[in-house]
Design a protein around this ligand. Structure first.
Ligand SMILES: Nc1ncnc2c1ncn2[C@@H]1O[C@H](COP(=O)(O)OP(=O)(O)OP(=O)(O)O)[C@@H](O)[C@H]1O
Ligand SMILES: [Mg+2]
Length: 251
């Protein structure tokens, strides 16, 4: 059976004044897929996510998340998606459990339900032992993991992660990537994430997209991009680095 398309963009465009930040982007992502979104600073990755989230309105084109238009049906879309922004913010004088409870209540999750989820999530993101400390005292990695717990508290179908491993040490990065993989494999969550770290994207993504100056210059499974972009035969060795630089120079 064909997998359901959960993220759909067609001719999606965003302009700020004279600057076209996202330029006629067309892309579908299927249920359970991990899609890695690559591109240099200022390429338009975050702006694309904000349009998918309904946090900024497209200038032109179509965007649907699980069939809903985020601009028209923001509440419906908010119910089914989770979002980890580039800079995660917390209530620094509250502890992890209090922060999670707050987010749960904002999402109208009854306390009995959220209590169970909070315990499980704190375990999963390895913060159970530190759960009673004020978040202001947390390291970058701990905050990032708490951010993931906040994303998951409402058990979203689709998760948007804007540079989820930024600022993490190698061990923290590996754990974060493993966690993202598990969400997709075990819970069929669809993951759309941006990153600058090619080896990480290569490790976990089913498909990748490369955005340069607002244009999606390539999208597909890595092996396919290698064959197409580098003119390689099946089975020939390549790195994502080579592919990225090839499209980057052309873009
Ligand atoms: N609210 C805004 N008003 C005007 N210009 C904006 C606004 N938001 C973003 N831009 C511009 O749009 C372009 C794309 O920005 P965006 O944040 O989407 O890039 P990005 O790919 O996420 O980059 P990075 O890798 O640095 O996070 C940039 O040139 C930025 O200056
Ligand atoms: Mg960004």
């Amino acid at each position: 059976m064909e997998k359901e398309i959960v993220i759909h963009m067609e001719g999606l465009t965003k302009r700020y004044g004279a600057q076209t930040v996202v330029d006629r982007l067309s892309l579908d992502v299927a249920e359970g897929e991990i899609f890695g979104f690559l591109g240099p600073n200022g390429a338009g990755k975050t702006t694309t996510m904000l349009m998918l989230l309904g946090l900024t309105e497209p200038t032109a084109g179509t965007v649907r998340v699980c069939g809903f238009d985020p601009a028209r049906d923001p509440l419906k879309v908010k119910e089914i998606i989770g979002y980890l922004p580039e800079n995660v913010g917390f209530y620094e004088d509250m502890d992890a459990r209090q922060n999670l409870r707050y987010i749960a209540r904002l999402n109208r999750i009854p306390d009995q339900v959220s209590t169970v989820r909070i315990d499980r999530l704190l375990d999963e993101v390895d913060l159970a032992k530190e759960a009673h400390k004020p978040v202001g005292s947390y390291s970058k990695g701990m905050k990032q993991r708490l951010g993931i717990a906040e994303v998951l508290i409402k058990e979203p179908r689709v998760v948007f992660l804007d540079e989820p491993t930024i600022g993490l040490d190698p061990d923290g990065t590996n754990k974060m990537l493993d966690m993202i993989c598990a969400l997709s494999r075990e819970r069929q969550m669809t993951i759309f994430f941006s990153s600058h770290l090619l080896d990480q994207v290569q490790r976990i993504s089913d498909r990748i997209g490369i955005m340069i100056k607002g244009k999606l210059v390539a999208a597909g499974p890595l092996a396919e991009l290698a064959q197409r972009g580098l003119g390689l035969e099946e089975g020939e060795a390549y790195t994502l680095d080579q592919i990225y630089m090839k499209y980057f120079k052309e873009g």
